[in-house]
Design a protein around this ligand. Structure first.
Ligand SMILES: Cc1cc2nc3c(=O)[nH]c(=O)nc-3n(C[C@H](O)[C@H](O)[C@H](O)COP(=O)(O)OP(=O)(O)OC[C@H]3O[C@@H](n4cnc5c(N)ncnc54)[C@H](O)[C@@H]3O)c2cc1C
Length: 414
């Protein structure tokens, strides 16, 4: 009988794949259970990278990512007339969700990755944990890793009180094909970040690999994100109401967004943004939006169960580190388990490290979004942070390096 320890990993997206690969490297047997059948579709266009992401990928033998990344050297801020009013030279490298997913997925065998398995319940005693799936099957291991994202079943089982909290603004998004840019705009903008700061709002855009996932001139795309305040009980409800008058709560599938909502957005773009930026919004047939949330766990370990990735913490996208955070959580877990003979001691160390990191990232992103959040309050009720906006700081903080203090209070950086 095998003496190796066995981890049951719930969720086969990036956090689950990082956990499986890093734990296997530390001699664990790993099984991933993903409710979706087949490979996952890409989630998100551009992924801002961090040094730690490349280092963790390299520790798994994945060191050929650079060719699939787009380096951005400059950040430009445009005024309403289309003039550059701030320019900052600061490198940030963009990758793509599917680039990271494909590289990690290839390292996991079909015996280890179980598609179409939805976790519905968990049982555990002092040493073992059992996952129960919707098809009635059961699997028992020494550890269960909840890598099942924003609406985590694992988190809801142990900490149902922890829920996403709407931040008071949404992000409109869309992608423009590289070949649609005029030669002048392409030369000025395409390989840079572009920012715009309408009163109370924030617009940024950057190049991504595009639909074919190829880093080839002409086949790439430019992705915009436009943050706009929206009251939960009125504006957000209206935005999430379809043509038939049905309100979909706080999130609506992109094809169901009403035409008049999209037309209003395009008209607002012409009124509030530089012509180059307004052109992007108008060039995309159907931009879509997501409500911005904070999610903050108070506890990450429940006996032999650990939460990682988006299941544990979600920071607003201003830090742009969802994937790097998933990688660091999984790395913290594997390192802590490898450093201790006892699983419980390893889990305690993991929890300390990843709570510190998760809280730090959420706080940093909340600070960067404070000005947007404050827009829904009367001026006299806004905190100092909510009142002030330092445009150059916002530009610099996008994808800024993760500090040692953020990563850990006691551990050297990777
Ligand atoms: C629509 C979307 C767009 C995004 N865009 C960006 C972006 O542009 N840039 C960026 O950095 N990040 C982006 N993110 C975030 C980024 O994808 C995540 O931070 C990253 O994938 C790590 O997330 P995760 O693996 O923890 O969770 P997720 O990627 O959400 O994966 C959770 C997985 O668990 C599975 N699951 C859930 N419940 C169960 C269950 N009960 N049983 C079995 N399986 C289950 C889900 O099907 C899913 O595959 C986006 C996320 C989403 C959802």
């Amino acid at each position: 009988m095998s003496k190796r320890q066995r981890a049951l990993i719930i969720g086969g997206s990036l956090a689950g794949l990082f956990a499986a690969n890093l734990l296997r490297k530390c001699d664990w047997d790993v099984d991933i259970y993903e409710r979706t059948q087949g490979d996952l579709a890409s989630r998100g266009a551009g992924i801002g990278t961090y040094r730690q992401l490349f280092e963790i990928m390299a520790s798994l033998g994945i060191d050929n990512l650079e060719a699939k990344c787009i380096p951005l050297y400059r950040r430009l801020c445009f005024d309403l007339n289309g003039e550059v009013i701030h320019e900052i030279n600061q490198l940030h490298t963009m990758s793509a969700w599917s680039t990271i997913y494909d590289a990690l997925r290839k390292l996991v065998s079909e015996n280890e990755y179980h598609s179409g398995k939805q976790l519905v319940d968990i049982e555990q005693n002092a040493n073992k944990v059992t996952a129960i799936f919707s098809d009635g099957s059961r699997e028992t291991g020494d550890l269960l890793v909840g890598a099942d994202g924003l609406r985590s079943t694992v988190r809801q089982h142990y900490a149902p009180e922890v829920e996403p909290v709407y931040a008071g603004y949404i992000a409109w998004r869309g992608m423009v094909e590289e070949n649609d840019f005029s030669p002048e705009d392409h030369a000025q903008i395409f390989e840079n970040y572009a920012f715009g700061f309408p009163e109370g709002e924030q617009f940024l855009a950057y190049p991504v690999l595009g639909r074919t996932n190829e880093n080839v001139r002409g086949k790439r795309a430019y992705n915009f994100v436009w943050y706009r305040p929206a009251r939960a009980d009125t504006e957000l409800r209206d935005l999430c109401t379809d043509e038939n008058g049905l309100c979909h709560g706080t999130a609506i599938a992109p094809p169901l967004i009403r035409n008049d909502v999209i037309e209003d957005l395009k008209t607002d773009a012409k009124r509030l943004l530089a012509p180059q930026l307004a052109w992007m919004v108008n060039q995309v047939p159907r931009p879509f939006f997501q409500a911005i949330n904070d999610l903050e766990s108070k506890q990450l370990v429940f006996g032999r169960v650990a939460l990682i990735g988006d299941a544990a913490f979600i920071a607003r996208p201003h830090v742009g580190g969802g994937i790097t955070k998933a990688a660091i959580d999984a790395d913290n877990l594997a390192r802590a388990l490898a450093a201790h003979a006892s699983i419980d001691a390893g889990l305690a160390e993991f929890e300390q490290q990843s709570l510190h990191f998760g809280r730090g990232v959420v706080d940093r992103a909340r600070g960067l979004g404070a000005y947007l959040e404050g827009q829904l309050k009367p001026l006299q009720e806004r905190t100092l942070q909510q009142q002030s906006r330092d445009v150059r700081k916002v530009m610099q903080e996008q994808g800024a390096a993760l500090t040692n203090e953020l990563l850990s209070s006691d551990k050297p950086a990777h």
